[in-house]
Ligand binder design. Structure first.
Ligand code: MN3
Length: 236
């Protein structure tokens, strides 16, 4: 969303008395910044060991994801002339940038988004409006999960599975490496609602080659409140 639209969005939603809390999530990709940073995790590394073990969470956040953020800032320093840039602007013309920018802008955003998709408790359920969209596009929640699982399991090598909002409703896609559905080069583009990291670094210590088991257990820690909020944002 362009800055001007964001301003009027803030103003209008303030008037309506809603949605100011939505802004931090929009700012994940819409806010121009001059230095990208990791958001502190709102839970402990061992918050959901039945689904993801503590050491995996620690290495994933403090080493892998931290590396993407650092390398993104290096790429921005090398390639961006402006004093600030929003991730959505980088993604919208990703073909203009280096592989380093692509991998690390994607890596930074995808992980920041992924952490927010997780919650150790009270993970909620799809909101009424999201459930209606799921019913319309997939015929029900279980069918949606089944297609998402298929996308996650069948992604060859490293990548991500996504639930996204498109111009035609909601859809499932998967991306290679650190690509994401906001990138101009993706065939299936949309606004992320839910993301799952299926790189081996996300699950190997606990699950080894059993990616399907990781995907299945992961559903128990999905933060539906966050997903609902992302969907709501796309309706404004
Ligand atoms: Mn990862």
């Amino acid at each position: 969303m362009p800055v001007q639209n964001r301003r009027s969005f803030i103003k209008n939603t303030s008037k309506a008395g809603i949605a100011i809390s939505l802004m931090p999530h929009l700012s994940l990709f819409a806010e121009p910044v001059n230095q990208f940073q990791q958001t502190p995790l709102p839970y402990a590394y061992d918050a959901f060991t039945h689904a993801i073990d503590a050491l995996t969470m620690e290495i994933h956040y403090s080493k892998h994801a931290a590396g993407y953020t650092k390398n993104l800032n290096d790429a921005v320093a090398d390639e961006i002339k402006a004093s600030s840039i929003a991730l959505q602007n980088i993604f919208a013309s990703i073909q203009q940038y280096s592989t380093k920018m692509r991998n690390n802008a994607g890596g930074h955003f995808n992980h920041e988004f992924f952490w927010k998709c997780l919650s150790p408790n009270n993970t909620g359920t799809p909101s009424k409006s999201l459930q209606a969209a799921i019913d319309q596009s997939f015929g029900g929640l279980e069918q949606m999960k089944s297609q998402f699982n298929q996308a996650a399991i069948s992604r060859f090598g490293s990548g991500w599975a996504w639930l996204i909002k498109t111009n035609h409703g909601i859809a499932i896609t998967s991306t290679a490496n650190q690509d994401n559905p906001l990138m101009s080069t993706e065939k299936i583009k949309g606004t992320p609602l839910l993301a799952l990291d299926v790189w081996e670094h996300a699950y190997y210590l606990k699950y080894q080659n059993k990616r399907a088991e990781y995907v299945q257990n992961w559903w128990s820690i999905v933060n539906w409140n966050f997903v609902n909020q992302q969907y709501q944002n796309t309706l404004i």
